[in-house]
Design a protein around this ligand. Structure first.
Ligand SMILES: [Zn+2]
Length: 321
């Protein structure tokens, strides 16, 4: 899960590792996010908070953005400063370090400085970096609003993206477990998929969330196994072990030993997007890097992969917690 005060969170948009660029070009902010070890190449995913398919929440996010002007006040702020035209309340800590550090996360600005640096000097440094700080604060503010808009309310009738389609969740105590139905007669624009959960109308949000999550994870395993088998044989590679991950920071990873991990949240995306991630990881079993040769391997089975991978960056998945 994302930790808001970690620099990696503030930098989440730069964590993406989807472009045919050398690994060294991926900006990294923490040891955890540092360039993947040579023998385990990972495909970065957004932190905790993937964003929803535009169809589901962009309208809500747009409204929210228009309605609330940014107020840059860290919940644990002990100091404040005016940067440009904005008062900014920031968290300040003395830390064992050699320089002044700034982190902009979902909560706001945190500053840490060595004991021997005077407050005046810290404020000078903040002014010198004002442009960067304000830009990051605005980005985080927008992101917080998107996350808010993407929060799922777990109740009868909730909708969720599944394989690029929309599924309506229905509580239906006649059903055992969970059952997906598709209505061939649905009107255009009306979701035709319904997921019937064997839960009473009195079920708690927590129960509904758990039932949906475990259903999605079962679908993920089934679909990933099928797609991996398909592309492994086309690429002539062997997967030793396939496992589901719920890593906050990556969509998938592959290790030289043949272990492949795929994030179960990929099931929200349309199949071509899933196929891109599957192919990307399997291609690493042949090329443990992001060299032109690696991208040739990907292209050999998915000539139009570039059309689909953008979704991993731009779509907003529902926030489950
Ligand atoms: Zn990769």
């Amino acid at each position: 899960m994302a930790h808001p005060s970690r620099p990696v969170d503030a930098q989440q948009l730069s964590l993406f590792d989807l472009l045919p660029a050398p690994l060294a070009a991926v900006p990294v902010a923490t040891p955890k996010a540092a360039a993947p070890p040579r023998l385990a190449v990972a495909l970065a995913a957004p932190q905790a908070a993937p964003l929803p398919p535009a169809a589901l929440t962009s309208a809500a996010a747009g409204l929210a953005a228009a309605a609330s002007a940014p107020r840059f006040q860290h919940p644990r702020a002990q100091r404040s400063i005016t940067l440009g035209e904005y008062p900014v309340g920031y968290e300040f800590r003395r830390a064992r370090r050699r320089s002044i550090g700034f982190v902009v996360g979902l909560e706001g600005l945190s500053v840490s400085a060595p004991r021997w640096v005077a407050v005046g000097e810290v404020e000078q440094a903040l002014q010198a970096k004002a442009g960067w700080i304000l830009r990051k604060l605005h980005e985080q503010h927008e992101r917080a609003q998107r996350l808010q808009a993407a929060k799922v309310v777990w109740r009868d009738g909730t909708t969720l993206p599944f394989l690029g389609d929309t599924v309506i969740v229905l509580l239906d105590s006649r059903v055992t477990g969970a059952q997906l139905n598709s209505d061939g007669q649905a009107l255009p624009g009306v979701p035709r998929l319904t997921l019937h959960l064997g839960l009473p109308q009195t079920a708690t949000q927590e129960q509904i969330r758990e039932a949906v999550q475990s259903w999605l994870q079962r679908q993920a395993r089934r679909i990933f196994e099928e797609r991996c088998a398909h592309f492994a044989s086309r690429l002539g590679v062997r997967i030793k072990r396939l496992s589901l991950s719920s890593a906050a920071t990556r969509w998938g990873s592959a290790s030289a030993s043949g272990a492949v991990r795929l994030n179960w949240r990929l099931v929200h995306f349309a199949l071509p997007v899933i196929d891109y991630v599957v192919t990307h990881e399997l291609a690493h079993l042949r090329e443990m890097n992001h060299s032109p040769a690696f991208w040739d391997v990907v292209r050999s089975v998915l000539p139009d992969f570039e059309r689909h991978r953008g979704a991993l960056r731009t779509e907003v998945l529902p926030a489950f917690e």
